[in-house]
Design a protein around this ligand. Structure first.
Ligand SMILES: [Cu+2]
Length: 110
């Protein structure tokens, strides 16, 4: 009888642990920012540590997403995408190395 109960409970317990693990991981997200017509689509975006930003270059020009603090420097060929993982909280201002007018910010919280 004990054996039967174990067989029933074990899978249920495993599902519970998996669910807890996902919740405590903070549901890391991939957030897309489109780069188009010489601009970043989001001038300011709210994110969390562990999230990833993906820039999608829909222009016919080369762009970059370059953090002012040096934490990332993503080269974006025409039609290409590039990613940066966010590891520390704070406001990260970034720009395009090729077009000084292209600027935006990431607001990263814990
Ligand atoms: Cu640019």
């Amino acid at each position: 009888m004990t054996l039967v109960i174990h067989r029933l409970l074990l899978p249920a317990a495993m599902v519970f642990v998996v669910a807890l693990g996902e919740a405590s991981a903070g549901e890391a997200e991939v957030r897309t920012i489109v780069v188009k017509e010489l601009a970043f689509s989001s001038a300011s975006i709210e994110l969390h540590v562990g999230d990833t930003v993906e820039w999608v270059n829909q222009d016919i020009f080369v762009h970059s997403a370059t953090a002012d603090n040096g934490s990332f420097d993503v080269e974006l060929a025409p039609g290409a995408h590039g990613r940066a993982a966010l590891k520390t909280p704070g406001v990260i201002a970034y720009h395009c190395r090729y077009h000084p007018g292209m600027k935006a910010e990431l607001h990263v919280s814990e």
